[in-house]
Design a protein around this ligand. Sequence first.
Ligand code: ADP
Ligand code: MG
Ligand code: MG
Length: 210
Amino acid sequence: MDTSAFQAWVHEASLLITEHATRLTELDSAIGDGDHGINLRRGFQAADDMIEKSESDTETPGAVLRTVGRALISKTGGASGPIYGTGFRQAGKALGDVTEVDAVLLGSALEAAFNGIQQLGAAQLGDKTLLDALGPAVVAYQAAVGEGGDLAAATRAAADAAERGLAETIPMLARKGRASYLGERTIGHEDPGAASTALIMRALAMVAAG
Ligand code: ADP
Ligand code: MG
Ligand code: MG
């Protein structure tokens, strides 16, 4: 994936989140404060705008992701802003200044995003957060690469796993963030952040498929 493919990922993610913003907000109304779709749409549209207008350095894949991270941290409200922002920044750092990203390097970037988010928010797998979609996605991605899969195959496996991970958040009890205040009432609902992570991973797979 070259720089323009990473820019296309951000654009596709912004479109998908905008399209699904109402559903994300409804999920967050059930177990949180009903703003997840609004928060993320604002953040991704700001990131997409910054890239389109080249308002900051977007000359390499890593720079694109670091710009997304900054935009999400400054423009997205709520817990998800710093959480996603950190994920994109760490992924961008892992890419360094290369101009072309292969399947192995993208795997390192996804791992860096997961680790950065876990360090920031201290959630464990099973706590009903976006890590319950991102974690399985990273594992499936690495397994696909290990089996000789290319970037398109690995990102497709990751997106599929993120969607399965999202479904697996339904019976979970929320232990982090706002949802944790609702305790048992969170059982029986998808986690909104896991739902948005599934969309972001699907956008990546769409772009990698070409
Ligand atoms: P807020 O809860 O501040 O309103 P959002 O509604 O935008 O923020 O985001 C909520 C989502 O953030 C949750 O569905 C969950 O996936 C994610 N989240 C919350 N806390 C954490 C955490 N500590 N680690 C990872 N993800 C988290
Ligand atoms: Mg919320
Ligand atoms: Mg909020």
